[in-house]
Design a protein around this ligand. Structure first.
Ligand SMILES: Cc1cc2nc3c(=O)[nH]c(=O)nc-3n(C[C@H](O)[C@H](O)[C@H](O)COP(=O)(O)OP(=O)(O)OC[C@H]3O[C@@H](n4cnc5c(N)ncnc54)[C@H](O)[C@@H]3O)c2cc1C
Length: 482
């Protein structure tokens, strides 16, 4: 970490989520002077871990990502990172309509749809092809519901199989444009679901090493308080916090470009300030809908207690609702939970984790269902969330209460506190946020945004890839203004 910050950089990246870090890495490698500012004391944003007394280690968002991450990491990070990406083989579904296990590849899904669900193979092939060939130039009026009705009319069970994991993966709904579903579904469906062997902590350590190798100055606990704009041009940022133990309150660091990885609405309406933009752009920004948030329950088994891999799998999509309904996924009265099961094989190089098994239960959630509670009700709701999760988990991990060494929960309020995402959004904004994010630079030369917007630019792969796109934009701008 840097001890002292320079007075000026070519570009300042605000936020060290996967998009911010990837952009900073590319820009550093290209030869630009780069400062990466992070308000938290850790790099990674939502790609993070936390440790608890007793040697427990929990991953927040390491549940699964598409195979494309291998190529992106090899090209924009390094081979060491890319080589640690491995497939999750046991993806399970358990709900009143069906119970099954799949490798989540196109081949295996086709087999299931034909053999178990009785869909004609040409229909399955046509659906996969249509989803795979969708692009931004397509009709954006077609909703995901309409897409399913075209291929699988009246088949709520098929819709559930195809939709539930994607809703979990990025909060998309049947009412969102089919395009957003098609692209994400095809990304996952090409080869299956992947994970990072070694855990998120190792990934972030390796990324940090690469950032430093490429000359990026990294400043933690250093919030950007303001993106400074003069005569409609970026001039730098005001940075607060303690850098190298020295408290800097509101110091101006100059730069030709600023790339914000903070929440899109927060970037425009707070960090840059709405007075910096044309009124129509401000109105468009305010109309952007936030994506939903999440709850998570983290459970560490007592050392020596094990999970039954045949019963649990790696990733388990469960629901007690009779049919798939988007509004049920967000409801406070939880019917759908996705479990990630972590075995010692997740961290094969960590001897202290050799007998550790963890479960992380995730649900989608509405921010205001949690943020508007009184402190007493909030505490009680968190306890209820943990208790009901243990009750439900018992069917997959018998006697889980007796086996549990540590349990705690995160809510939308927790996600907001750690990332400052408006509404504690787990996946940034809805699809319309992408156009706003892409227009920033036309509004204010030198100002760029990258990070979870829309469904396609969210999740680990989406964030990394959007970081690449934004880095190219910044690079072109810096070359022009040289
Ligand atoms: C519960 C949960 C589970 C998930 N599971 C998966 C999964 O299984 N697979 C998957 O692919 N994706 C998953 N995701 C989503 C994925 O983690 C995110 O889409 C991705 O990590 C977001 O990256 P990002 O670059 O947009 O930035 P973020 O991770 O949102 O990070 C933004 C960073 O900016 C910093 N920041 C904000 N404001 C400032 C400021 N003013 N100054 C300095 N720094 C600032 C924040 O502190 C933060 O570090 C999950 C998310 C959640 C919440």
């Amino acid at each position: 970490m840097v001890k002292t910050l320079k007075d000026a950089y070519d570009v300042i990246v605000v936020g060290s989520g996967l998009a911010g870090m990837t952009a900073a890495n590319i820009l550093g490698k290209t030869g630009h002077s780069v400062l990466l500012l992070e308000r938290h004391y850790k790099l990674g944003g939502l790609a993070t871990t936390f440790a608890r007394t007793g040697g427990h280690l929990f991953d927040i968002s390491l549940h699964g990502f598409p195979v494309g991450m291998v190529k992106s990491c090899r090209r924009y990070w390094n081979a060491e990172i890319a080589d640690r990406i491995v497939q999750l083989r046991r993806i399970r579904f358990d709900n009143p309509q069906f119970s099954l296990e799949t490798t989540f590849s196109r081949e295996d899904f086709t087999r299931l749809l034909v053999e178990k669900f009785g869909v004609a193979e040409p229909t399955v092939v046509a659906f996969f092809d249509k989803a795979r060939n969708m692009s931004h130039y397509d009709d954006q009026q077609l909703s995901t519901r309409e897409l399913f009705d075209e291929f699988f009319p009246g088949r709520e069970d098929v819709i559930r199989l195809l939709m539930e994991p994607i809703t979990y993966a990025n909060g998309s709904t049947l009412e969102d444009p089919a395009l957003t579903y098609g692209i994400v579904f095809s990304n996952f469906m090409s080869k299956g679901v992947f994970t990072f062997q070694g855990g998120t902590d190792l990934l972030i350590r390796l990324m940090r090493r690469e950032l430093e190798k490429n000359g990026v100055d990294v400043a933690l606990s250093s919030p950007c308080e303001r993106i400074c704009i003069e005569s409609r041009k970026v001039v730098g940022v005001l940075v607060g916090g303690a850098v190298g133990g020295v408290v800097d309150k509101g110091r101006l660091i100059r730069s030709k470009a600023v790339l914000s990885n903070a929440n899109l609405k927060g970037t425009i309406l707070q960090l840059a300030g709405e007075e910096s933009f044309a009124p129509e752009f401000v109105a468009e920004t305010k109309a952007v809908r936030l994506n939903n948030s999440s709850t998570q329950v983290y459970i560490a088994l007592k050392p020596g207690e094990q999970l039954d891999g045949d019963r649990c799998g790696d990733l388990l999509f469960t629901s007690t609702a009779p049919a798939f309904r988007t509004e049920l996924l967000l409801n406070r009265s939880i019917t759908s939970r996705t479990y990630s099961f972590y075995y010692p094989s997740v961290r094969p190089d960590a001897p202290k984790q050799a007998d550790r098994y963890y479960v992380v239960a995730s649900t989608n959630a509405n921010y205001h269902d949690w943020a508007d509670l009184s402190p007493a009700d909030y505490g009680a709701s968190k306890r209820e969330l943990m208790e009901s999760t243990l009750d439900h988990l018992d069917r997959y991990v018998p006697n889980v209460r007796e086996k549990t060494a540590h349990i705690e929960a995160a809510t939308p309020v927790t996600f907001r506190r750690y990332t400052d995402h408006w509404g504690g959004a787990s996946f940034g904004t809805k699809y319309e946020g992408l156009a706003v994010s892409r227009q920033l630079h036309q509004q204010i030369p030198g100002l760029f945004h990258s990070g979870s917007v829309g469904i396609i630019m969210s999740g680990w792969l989406g964030a990394v890839n959007y970081g690449v796109i934004a880095a190219n934009d910044v690079d072109a701008f810096l070359l022009e203004t040289r």
